[in-house]
Structures are given as structure tokens and as C-alpha cells.
Design a protein around this ligand. Structure first.
Ligand code: KIV
Length: 306
């Protein structure tokens, strides 16, 4: 009996000692043998989340947002460090060449959102719900918004809404779909409004923004409203406000990237600041290419195969 117990003890102790030795020896001997440190995989930047936007307001950190509709631009904006990228229904105007935002369809916005979602590693990506895909009843709105989240890597939807749409917002939020509310000027209502006009009804704007917050919207985008009203709303709301033509007191700012880059031909709104003139750069490059081809300067031998 004693002999059996002693033998079992020795077997267990031996096995434990071997395991310990092998664990110790791994990190010590391997780098010495190869004279190299193990390589670490490149670190991916963390994806910005909906709660991050709320934390940024809490920390008094301004939120930056720009629009994108394609892979290279989305990747560049993301690399530049914008906090949020909006796949806006402005795609209808600045990419598709329509007169307003009404023509873009759900399938088309999903097409663009899927591309942008794959290009972005860091920014929070929000997708506009096209007209009238969220005005066909709460059930249909959930179905349409869910398609956006299921078929793209995007994280939230934006809808033009107000105090009348409390049930719509809470229905989407209850379904697990983060909502950014868009109040003030509603470009999708251009025909009802008779044009793109600054919205000045303070009581209405405050009611719209507060209802959106109470219904669960994680942020409120305010378009074309007087700075003073935007400042009051920003102070009142716990969720962040993102302004476009709404003054500097908002918690963040968004612009249409084509306006920022000088890629829009025609009307540029007063609130847009142009940081580059890509339209001119593109014209100059295209002119130079045509001249080179016509005069036999392109291609050269170094640009051809033997
Ligand atoms: O579609 C869009 O680009 C917008 C702007 C307000 C940024 O909604």
C-alpha cells in the first residue's frame, strides 16, 4: 500500500516538474535560439461606437463627421481620423447627379454603405434612410433599417424626423437599431418647404430634438438653424448634437465631403467651408493627359513593355 502511494506521488510530482520546466523554457529559450523577438501583428485601431459619441460629449470633445459614398474616399477620411462617416442621401446629388435627395433608393444606399463599411476601420459609420423608407409604418421602417445593418458593416441609421416620429424612433431603438435624428431643415421635405430654408421655429426645434432624445436617439443632427437655438438645444440635451449650418456651439460638425474638397459644381451652401479645389486639380490633370496623348508624349518607353 505505502509503496503504491509513494510511486503515485513520484509520478505526479515528476509530471508537474516537466510541465513547469517546459513553460519556463518557452519564453526564455525561443528568442535566444532565433535571436529574434516574436513579431506582433499590426494593431488595428478600435472601431468608434455609438456610446463613444456620448462619451465625447461628456468629455467636451468635439465630434467630427464627413460624408463618404465610396471606398477610397471613406478609407482616406478614416485614416485622417474623422470620428464619424455618414453615407448620406446627399449621394443622390453629389454622386448620382440628381437635383435633390429624393431619388436615391434603399438598394442604392445599401450598395454605397456596404462599400464604405468595408473601407472604414475606425470611424462610426451612419447611413441615411432614403425617402420614404422609414415613413411606411414602424414595422416596415424596422425591416428597412435592419437591412442596412445586416448587409453592411455600418452601425447606425439617420432619419429626418421630429416630434411626430416618437414611435418610429423608439420602435427602431427597441429593435436594437441606433438612430441619429435629423432635425431642422429636412432636405427630403424640399417640395413641402418650397426650397432649402433656414428653420427658425425655436419651440418646434426644441420639441423635435427633445422628443428624439426621449425616444432613444443617440445623437441629434441639426441642419440650417440659427446658432443661438442650436446652442440652447445643445445645452439642454444629454445626447450629442451634430451641426451643419447650426453654428459652433454644437457638440460636433458634419459637412458633405464633396463641398469640403471643392468637388461640387454649382451651388455651395453658405455653411460649407471648402478646404481644397479638387475640381480644378482634376480638370488640370485631365487637360494635361489629353494634351500628352494628342501630341505623342504619352506613353513613353518607360511606360510601355518590350
Ligand atoms: O445626406 C447628407 O449628406 C446629410 C447632411 C446633413 C450631412 O444628411
Amino acid at each position: 500500500m505505502w509503496r503504491f502511494l509513494a510511486a503515485t506521488f513520484l509520478r505526479c510530482a515528476g509530471a508537474a516538474a516537466i510541465r513547469l520546466l517546459s513553460l519556463w523554457s518557452l519564453p526564455v529559450t525561443m528568442p535566444c535560439m532565433t535571436e529574434e523577438l516574436p513579431s506582433t501583428p499590426p494593431r488595428k485601431r478600435q472601431r468608434t461606437t455609438v456610446p463613444d459619441f456620448q462619451k465625447m460629449k461628456g468629455a467636451g470633445q468635439k465630434i467630427t463627421m464627413l460624408t463618404a459614398y465610396d471606398y477610397p474616399l471613406a478609407a482616406l477620411l478614416d485614416e485622417a481620423g474623422v470620428d464619424g462617416i455618414l453615407v448620406g442621401d446627399s449621394v443622390s446629388v453629389v454622386v448620382q447627379g440628381h437635383e435633390n435627395t429624393l431619388p436615391v433608393t434603399l438598394d442604392e444606399i445599401i450598395y454605397h454603405a456596404e462599400i464604405v463599411g468595408r473601407a472604414v476601420e475606425h470611424a462610426l459609420v451612419i447611413v441615411d434612410m432614403p425617402f420614404p423608407t422609414y415613413r411606411l409604418g414602424v414595422h416596415k421602417a424596422i425591416e428597412n433599417a435592419a437591412r442596412i445593418l445586416k448587409e453592411t458593416r455600418c452601425q447606425a441609421v439617420k432619419l429626418e424626423c421630429g416630434a411626430q416620429q416618437a414611435d418610429l424612433i423608439s420602435g427602431l431603438v427597441d429593435a436594437g437599431i441606433p438612430v441619429m435624428a435629423h432635425v431642422g431643415l429636412s432636405p427630403q421635405a424640399v417640395h413641402q418647404l418650397g426650397g432649402y430654408k433656414v428653420q427658425r421655429n425655436e419651440e418646434q426645434l426644441l420639441d423635435d430634438a427633445l422628443t428624439a432624445e426621449r425616444s432613444g436617439a443617440f445623437a441629434v443632427l441639426m441642419e440650417c438653424i440659427p446658432s443661438e437655438i442650436a446652442a440652447k438645444i445643445t445645452e439642454t440635451l444629454a445626447v450629442p448634437t451634430i451641426g451643419i449650418g447650426a453654428g459652433s456651439a454644437c457638440d460636433g460638425q458634419v459637412l458633405v465631403t464633396h463641398d469640403v474638397l471643392g468637388l461640387t459644381s454649382g451651388y455651395v451652401p453658405r455653411f460649407a467651408r471648402q478646404y481644397a479645389n479638387l475640381a480644378q486639380t482634376i480638370r488640370t490633370a485631365a487637360d494635361a493627359f489629353c494634351a500628352d496623348v494628342r501630341q505623342g508624349r504619352f506613353p513613353e518607353d518607360t511606360e510601355s513593355y518590350k
